[in-house]
Design a protein around this ligand. Structure first.
Ligand SMILES: [Zn+2]
Length: 73
């Protein structure tokens, strides 16, 4: 019998909260960025396909509005 690892169910943060990432909630988006203001990879964020894409989009939007930094030196 094959031993199956008990796979921990990864729940996407935004699916769990029932909303989508939005640039207006940039404080919330900040947690998906590294200290140097880079967007974390999907592996690090545990987000689903759809929300990871939306997240990147909204972080970029927030950057244009000056709400989030492009780079931290
Ligand atoms: Zn999701």
């Amino acid at each position: 019998m094959a031993i199956k690892k008990p796979s921990k169910k990864k729940v996407c943060y935004f699916c769990e909260n029932g909303r989508d990432p939005n640039y207006k909630n940039y404080e919330e988006l900040r947690q998906f960025m590294t200290e140097r203001a880079r967007i974390k990879s999907r592996r690090q964020t545990n987000l689903c396909n759809r929300h990871q894409r939306l997240l990147a989009l909204h972080i970029k939007r927030a950057r244009q509005l000056g709400l989030l930094p492009y780079v931290v030196i």
